[in-house]
Ligand binder design. Structure first.
Ligand code: UT7
Length: 324
């Protein structure tokens, strides 16, 4: 048994101002509002301004969470940023955020697990706190996913959006982050990827053609299967029954995947935080954005049990049980 535990002290989030509706996408690719809503549940998404970087979104979400926790930024002794769309190849976005918060010296690094990034980041920060290495961790999920979208590709461009969410995880005597499970399976890498990078096909990056490609229906099938198994794993690991869960806070990829997971947990949709309609899929930012939405509108209350879950490129996936 660990001497220390971590709990969520506060949350924060930030969305870029620009709203892109489905009707705008109808002008760009052969699609329809009706198709997008029926197949994904998405009605609109936010798009970062040209001069707005992932670190800008991350910083605003972080300040929002710091304010809500009523702490000084100097109290933070660990920064973990989950992102697939860092400002730069390096330094990490976490280091850029650290500098802008005026913090010196604490460890700061990025985590890359695409849409499962926030689940990975929470688990890592929880382990720093459990081992006594950190006492107040700033954990952020932030993306400018619009930058790696081919706006001519209707298979992907209707799905994604930009945003950031953050939590302050702090040392506590009782478990707040109860347990996490993480999985990955690289066999599926080709089904969802940006097939270029720094050490492969770099010319395409230079030409501005680093785009997300996806075989949607294949991804869909594996996502439903693996997320379902993960939920059972969390329930069994913690000796719970489905009815113990107050809220599901899922990655917001597709309302049909979210509904399938709610059904699996035997949760009515009234106990699921859904933001996919207005945020789209914001990758690593989607879970903390949904969490902050549920906390700030008063639905998620102290003492309740939450399951956070996410699935994405890699494939990488996982879930976390939280006593909020
Ligand atoms: O966050 C990371 C994890 N990502 C996910 O979990 C995404 C998982 N996948 C999905 O959410 C869904 O597979 C999509 C929303 C991407 C697609 O929905 P689907 O029900 O799997 O559709 P589909 O790919 O099987 O396509 C059905 C039809 C096709 O036409 P045909 O071949 O039946 O004539 C597509 O060409 O819909 C067509 N289609 C579109 N039509 C209008 C594909 N994209 C569009 C579009 N607008 N944007």
């Amino acid at each position: 048994m660990s001497l220390y535990h971590s709990r969520i002290a506060s949350s924060g989030s930030y969305l870029p101002q620009r709203v892109m509706t489905n009707s705008e996408l109808e002008q760009m690719v052969e699609t329809s509002d009706e198709w997008i809503v029926a197949r994904t549940g998405i009605r609109e998404r936010r798009i970062a301004a040209e001069n707005e970087m992932t670190s800008d979104l991350a910083l605003k979400a972080a300040l929002n969470a710091i304010d809500a926790a009523n702490i000084d930024a100097q109290d933070i002794d660990l920064i973990v940023v989950a992102t697939t769309t860092p400002d730069l190849v390096f330094p990490s976005t976490a280091c850029l955020v650290q500098e802008r918060l005026g913090i010196r010296g604490c460890p700061a690094f990025d985590v890359q697990a695409v849409c499962a990034g926030f689940i990975y980041a929470i688990d890592i920060a929880d382990k720093f706190i459990k081992t006594g290495t950190a006492t107040k961790a700033l954990v952020i999920g932030a993306e400018t996913f619009s930058r790696i979208i081919d706006w001519q590709d209707r298979n992907t461009c209707i799905l994604f959006g930009d945003g950031a969410g953050a939590v302050i995880l702090e040392r506590s005597s009782e478990p707040g982050v109860v347990s996490s499970i993480l999985h990955a399976d690289g066999r599926y890498a080709d089904l969802l990827c940006v097939p270029v990078g720094v050490s492969s096909n770099y010319q395409k990056v230079v030409q501005g053609e680093a785009y997300t490609t996806m075989q949607g229906s294949e991804v869909f099938k594996v996502a439903v299967k693996k997320l379902g198994e993960s939920i059972d794993e969390i329930i069994v690991q913690n000796q719970l029954v489905y009815d113990d869960i107050d809220w599901m806070v899922p990655h917001q990829a597709n309302i049909r995947i979210i509904s399938a997971m709610a059904k699996k947990l035997k949760l009515p949709m009234e106990r699921v935080i859904v933001t996919v309609d207005t945020h789209g899929n914001t990758s690593a930012a989607s879970i903390p954005l949904a969490l902050d939405t549920g906390i700030r509108d008063g639905r998620i209350k102290r003492g309740q049990k939450l399951i956070l879950e996410g699935f994405g490129g890699g494939f990488a996936w996982g879930g976390t049980l939280i006593n909020y």
